[in-house]
Write a new protein. Sequence first.
Length: 302
Amino acid sequence: MARISYVFDNTMAKLGLQGKAIMPFLVSFGCTIGGAAGTRVIDNWGQRILTIALAWAIPCAATWAIVPMISSVFFGVWAPLVIVAIFAVALLHMWITSKIFGRHLVKAEERTGLIMELPPYHRPKWGSLLRYVFGRTKDVLIRALKVILLISLIFWLLSYTADGNVEHSVIYRIGTFIEPLTRVFGLSWQTFLAFVSSAVSKEAALGVLSSLYAGTGTVFASTVGTAGQAANLGEILIANIAPAEALAFIFAVTFNIPCIVAVASTYQETHSAKWTGRIALYYVVMALIMSFVVYHVGLVIF
């Protein structure tokens, strides 16, 4: 890892960071929580926060659990182009974010090069390593379950009706009330609520679409279920969502807040509620702006 950090030091310097930032970026492809925790190796506090802010723009594994599915439903053989576009926009997003936050977090005189110090190599102590890994995993799971279960309960209460008709629920009334505003960003109230739920966990967006459009499962079902249900959901989504809106939704969900647990992990690593809130608000605003732009581009294409 020390050699990788040294090799990428010049590349990271273009973002106002040092080479050590490359490892949190790579880990964030799996999970943003791990990427945030990985910034502990960075000794400069401002660079740690900037690294986390940029890591949020990297699509995590949970994002790739839903984006390819929705892309293939609406765009078929052209779905790989959507994936390529997401990677390109992610790089642009990181560059813009580094310019916006970098001037406040990392002053020019604080940007120094990296001196590589190779640590002594020895065999790992598997007992200590496993205890540390399982201990950290337990903490993350407990924190995640508390937050996700609470938000799930709130959404379930808002969507509950005695007759099972979603049009009689509180969430339907809220959705139809805010739809004139959500249409500005190219999203119907259903896709906007799915976008909101993706800030809790990316997989939740698919469950919300399934519940609101197909009427299957609970609001926070992370999967649709059987292959037959998935195919049926695809047909229903195509019948109710235009391609331009679907494209806007994909980009909005991808670049929204990674998840609530990632927000909690960011606060835990930075010990700054102010900067955690700034980063979260920034990503919500950027996701909606991106949705607006992509939707109007989609109208021209489709």
